[in-house]
Design a protein around this ligand. Structure first.
Ligand SMILES: [Zn+2]
Length: 263
């Protein structure tokens, strides 16, 4: 077992997959999740056959079916419902970058090769639980997709933001995610002057801190700082564990994150 820090650890499943897990999500009753790595679910299969890969990943933690989306780097969050999935061969809900559900045994999932995936789960005192996942690419982050996901969990399922726990999965980190001025301008236009602090400069180059950007968004919708956990693993630095589009270009596979509720 490799530890990547206190909040996010790598564990080996009985089937031989090495997966990542957030301790804080694992500690939540009825919530199951995993983040795949290169060791286990084939990264090319995740890219080329997302339906089959997503189902396999969900089944590994007792979820079936598991929903996924055609990710388009936008601000749309869909709600997954078992009755809408029943009888379909494919469990793709459509074009979106986040999915939420409150239905047990129904997984929700997104895929990545550098973009942060944000997992969230929350419970009310009355026992109602809901989960969500968001694909927070730089465009998605600028479109506030993590915030859209949390607001959906709050408005639709009645969760209190203070009862929501979130995990920001491995992605291109502020150490490596160099961007050009167009990204900075887009962020400034959407997020205002506060975008400035999300773009550290080093040696005349500009980087984007996607982890901080998503943390700030989650905090802005009412999550407690102590309930927001960042894996802190960079997909470029740890290309041995995770596919990276920046490093491998079109050849890059994908890893995925799935979360759900068990009875
Ligand atoms: Zn890095």
């Amino acid at each position: 077992m490799t530890q990547a820090g206190g909040t996010f650890g790598l564990v080996e499943l009985p089937g031989g997959w090495t997966v990542g897990r957030f301790a804080a999500l694992e500690a939540m009753p009825k919530v199951v999740h995993l983040v795949t790595t290169r060791r286990g679910l084939d990264v090319d299969q995740v890219r080329l056959h997302p339906d089959a890969a997503t189902r396999q990943a969900g089944q590994a933690i007792g979820l079936a079916p598991t929903a996924w989306v055609h990710q388009v780097h936008g601000p749309t969050c869909l709600v997954a419902r078992r009755d809408e999935l029943a009888g379909r061969e494919a469990f793709c809900l459509g074009q979106a970058d986040a999915i939420v559900t409150d239905q047990p045994l129904l997984g929700v999932s997104c895929r990545s090769a550098d973009c942060p995936l944000v997992l969230a789960a929350g419970s009310n005192p009355d026992g109602r639980t809901a989960v969500g996942v968001a694909h927070a690419s730089w465009r998605g982050t600028v479109a506030c997709i993590a915030e859209v996901m949390v607001r959906e969990m709050v408005d639709r399922f009645g969760l209190a933001p203070a009862g929501i726990v979130a995990g920001i999965c491995p992605s291109a980190g502020p150490c490596c995610y160099e961007v050009q001025d167009d990204v900075f301008q887009a962020a400034r236009e959407s997020l205002g002057p506060s975008a400035e602090r999300l773009f550290p400069r080093r040696d005349g180059r500009m980087f984007m801190d996607l982890w901080r950007a998503n943390r700030e968004q989650l905090r802005a919708c009412g999550l407690n700082d102590g309930n927001i956990h960042t894996a802190g693993l960079c997909t470029l630095c740890r290309n041995d564990l995770f596919p990276s589009h920046r490093k491998e270009a079109q050849q890059a596979g994908r890893f995925l994150a799935v979360i759900g509720i068990v009875p």
